[in-house]
Ligand binder design. Structure first.
Ligand code: SF4
Length: 380
């Protein structure tokens, strides 16, 4: 078959669920049959088969975040994990091509750590409300306002923001990063709730920004109390991007990787994972004996990534993620500083007795607000 014919036959609309495809993807079906409806499999399987073939042709590696759907997470990903794990794996890969199945800041981070490799995102519109809540100009203003105070930013930020940062962090290592700094005050940006959580675990003064994850901020403590009233033996494990009243109800608070580890270690009879909906499906594959309650808050940005778009991305080498070299160089320094810090995690089960409330700041008046935040000085 000529190359053009191969391209034509691999267009997603031309793919068929043949006996050959069925046999070649049987391993994936065995893994996901508990979480995917059987009626969907003839649609997913030919795409998974074609993507696996194109990965080999391109010497590509597919990195998928824990929030990707099971057919991506278990079907085509070579490496999976939370933002920290993806950043580490992106730094280590030998592949020529990285396809990042996650949101745009994750693909930028992969590019920052692999400037010589081609990094693709199957849909460049996959954004993030946290990343959109702050700009490089905001950070520069904050540095003027708090001279000498180190700046820690969550990896859920643009390359431009990382370039203005002293050190990045993820929800896995946020506490370890803050504690590693030789300063009593830390600017911790942009997630307010993660900042509050870190403030409750450290003696350092935390100055926070009012950015939120649009998925995690929708959970409420009331909702979780109702789950627990219905079944007092239920375990509640929550992501630190959730509001404080949600974290107060949790038996355990941790990053997505820590939450997965908690299920594996404790094997709860019944658990509610207070985070993006697809993660419960992905974890349930490995833990058929655990009953998962699924309050289904989906991330619309993560869900832009689909199997047809991944195939399209591999065939046509799009959408390529680029970062301006000087920005990449400065951002890389902040990410590499983070990767050099040993991770002890943010995995404590409860808050400290006397949490230090973070000082909250709002977006300064010079920038266009993407968040609708108030436009004047300190809120508290
Ligand atoms: S789940 Fe929240 S933090 Fe993660 S990508 Fe979606 S909006 Fe951003």
């Amino acid at each position: 078959m000529k190359a053009d014919d191969t391209l034509r036959s691999d267009r997603s609309e031309n793919l068929e669920f043949t006996p050959e495809v069925k046999a070649a993807t049987a391993d994936v079906w065995e893994r996901v049959r508990g979480v995917l409806p059987e009626i969907e499999w003839p649609v997913h399987a030919p795409l998974i088969h074609a993507i696996r073939q194109w990965k080999q042709r391109r010497n590509a590696v597919i990195l998928a975040h824990n929030y990707q759907t099971p057919e991506i997470f278990h079907g085509v990903a070579d490496l999976t994990g939370d933002s920290l794990a993806l950043a580490q794996q992106a730094a280590d890969t030998e592949a020529d091509l990285i396809v990042l199945c996650g949101v745009h800041f994750m693909a930028e981070t992969a590019k920052i750590l692999n400037p010589e490799k081609t990094v693709l995102i199957p849909d460049r519109r996959a954004g993030c409300s946290l990343a959109d809540s702050i700009t490089g100009a905001d950070i520069r203003l904050l540095k003027e306002r708090y001279p000498g105070v180190p700046v820690v930013t969550y990896v859920n930020t643009s390359a431009e923001v990382k370039a203005e940062t002293d050190v990045c962090c993820t929800s896995s290592n946020a506490l370890a990063v803050v504690e590693s700094l030789d300063s009593d005050r830390v600017l911790f940006l942009p997630d307010e709730y993660l900042a509050r959580w870190v403030a409750s675990q450290t003696d350092k003064e935390i100055i926070a920004w009012k950015g939120h994850c649009e998925v995690h901020e929708r959970f409420t403590g009331d909702e979780l109390r109702r789950y627990r009233e219905n079944d007092p033996g239920l375990q509640i494990i929550a992501h630190p991007e959730c509001p404080p009243d949600v974290l107060d109800e949790a038996d355990f608070v941790g990053s997505t990787s820590a939450m997965i580890g908690y299920v594996g270690d404790h094997k709860p009879r019944k658990v509610v994972m207070v985070t993006e909906c697809s993660m419960s499906d992905n974890v349930a594959v490995a833990h058929p004996d655990v009953e998962f309650v699924r309050p289904c808050n989906l991330c619309p940005h993560m869900k832009r990534i689909t199997l047809p778009k991944i195939l399209d991305s591999l065939i046509h080498l799009r959408d390529e993620v680029t970062v301006e070299p000087d920005v990449a160089k400065r951002a890389r320094r902040a990410v590499e500083r983070m990767l050099a810090i040993p991770t002890h995690g943010l995995h404590r089960g409860s808050r400290s007795e006397s949490p230090v409330e973070p000082e909250l700041i709002a977006r300064a008046p010079v920038t266009d607000s993407l968040t609708g935040l108030s436009t004047t000085g300190p809120l508290s």
